[in-house]
Design a protein around this ligand. Structure first.
Ligand SMILES: [Zn+2]
Length: 154
């Protein structure tokens, strides 16, 4: 969660490549180097085949809201001014089986719904740290409805 003075990521050996990539504003997910199954959060071994081999690949496709919650009671003193805020669990079309928890931001955040498409944006905390956040995807306006033909008007 992104709040001034809030907790910051504390990379460990398993997720350090994830946070390093986030610092470059590239969202990557860990994959098994043997069976290619993706996993998140990063772990030392594949939950599918048990291999310790890992690879990292960027997520490039759109993300959708799998679930969400609207937080009204701050869980950290730094979040008092931020409530209500929206925590979303995202799925990525090009990384099946992986879900990312993050904040949904923007003026329309409280209108969130399951299945909504979102875009990843970056909140830069400093030179070494950026956090992936989500904003509702901008959709093209619906096509104008065809004017009624005169014979349809009664
Ligand atoms: Zn595997």
């Amino acid at each position: 969660m992104l709040f001034p003075g809030g907790p910051r990521p504390q990379p460990d050996p398993d997720d350090a490549p994830y946070w390093s990539s986030c610092a470059d504003e590239v969202l990557v997910f860990q994959r098994c180097g043997d069976c290619d199954v993706a996993r998140h959060p990063p772990a030392p071994r594949c939950g599918h085949c048990g291999s310790p081999s890992t690879a990292w690949r960027p997520a490039s496709g759109p993300a959708t809201v799998y679930s969400y919650t609207i937080v009204h009671h701050p869980m950290h003193p730094s979040a008092v001014e931020a409530v209500p805020y929206v925590v979303v669990l995202l799925e990525f079309a090009d990384v099946p089986g992986v879900r990312l928890a993050t904040d949904l931001i923007g003026p329309q955040r409280l209108d969130v719904g399951i299945g909504d498409e979102v875009e990843i944006v970056w909140a830069r905390l400093d030179e070494a740290c950026a956090l992936p956040l989500a904003v509702p995807a901008t959709r093209p306006p619906p096509p104008p409805s065809a004017p009624a033909r005169p014979e349809e008007i009664t």
